[in-house]
Write a protein that binds this ligand. Structure first.
Ligand code: NAD
Length: 267
């Protein structure tokens, strides 16, 4: 049994993760965490997730439960994830990191942590999206510089970062396949007198509305035809199952940086 801790336990992903851990035959929830000032500290994690009492009490301090788990699954906010990553490195705990929206400084801290413990980080833990990354690499190589490439993403009204981490990862896959630097070629939204489109740019369009779990489309448009690769998530369970699968896989890995492509053997 792999002993897993979930932080952000009361969040949209946290609750789904608790359910996914309970339904995996080889994983067990042994700790759950929330913000220290959350009114849910002290609650039963199973009840919180709507799967019935499981006897795991939500804690507010990772250090206090550090001996209770092997792998931490963290889908929270960047500042909390960076602090948790440091503590995991210090205590040799593995980390599955799903939080998105890190700035460059925070990314550097995470990179340093991967030298000390095993970290599996992905902007999207769903199997379908990771397959799409592979298909995008292939499409970009075949269609190459003859097409305009645009990325569209839509999410629920509560999402706090844009474009989505998944859209950015899709952009990186395409840019890498074409030998472009995403930082140089990305165009984030357009307004007013933009001028004609430059061929090597990669455009991003963001929609925030209702309860959309996560839609992504990458369009490769030429004169006379276009190819679109689309993924639509209809439930957070797709991310949660992937993250639990990653935690199970990560438990026996040496220190290093891993992603969902490693877990699925797609590299
Ligand atoms: P959410 O706001 O519903 O949940 C976040 C939870 O983290 C909240 O309950 C909050 O109280 C808690 N939290 C904040 N600071 C904390 C701290 N210091 N200690 C413990 N808990 C803390 O958000 P969500 O929709 O569940 O998404 C969370 C993150 O996961 C976002 O960055 C989102 O983009 C990302 N996400 C990633 C994937 C993926 O597959 N990689 C999928 C979905 C969401």
């Amino acid at each position: 049994m792999i002993r897993i801790a979930v932080t952000g336990a009361a969040g949209r992903m946290g609750k789904t993760l608790i359910e996914a851990i309970a339904s995996h035959p080889d994983t067990e929830l042994t700790a759950a965490l929330e913000r220290p000032d959350s009114s849910l500290v002290g609650a039963d994690a199973g009840e919180l997730a709507g799967i019935g009492r499981n006897g795991v009490t939500v804690a507010g301090d990772l250090a206090a439960v550090i001996d209770d788990f092997d792998v931490l699954i963290d889908f929270t906010i960047p500042a909390a994830s960076v602090a948790n990553a440091g503590l995991c490195a210090e205590h040799g705990k593995k980390l599955v990191l799903g939080t998105t929206g890190f700035n460059d400084e925070q990314k550097a801290v995470i990179a340093a942590v991967t030298e000390r413990t095993a970290v599996c980080q992905a902007s999207n833990f769903s199997t379908g999206v990771n397959l799409c990354f592979k298909l995008l690499d292939m499409a970009a190589r075949v269609l190459g510089d003859d097409v305009d490439i645009e990325i569209y993403e839509a999410h629920h009204r509560h999402k706090i970062d844009a474009p989505s981490g998944t859209a950015l990862s899709m952009g990186e896959v395409v840019a890498n396949a074409l030998g472009r630097d995403l930082q140089q070629v990305a165009v984030y939204g357009r307004e007013g007198q933009t001028g004609a489109r430059q061929r090597d740019t990669i455009g991003f369009a963001t929609v925030r509305a209702g309860d959309i779990v996560g839609d992504h489309t990458v369009m490769f448009a030429a004169d006379g035809e276009r190819v679109e690769i689309t993924h639509k998530a209809s439930s957070r369970m797709s991310f949660a199952r992937g993250a639990v699968r990653a935690a199970h896989w990560l438990a026996t890995r040496p220190p290093g940086r891993y992603d969902m492509q490693d877990v699925l053997g797609l590299h």
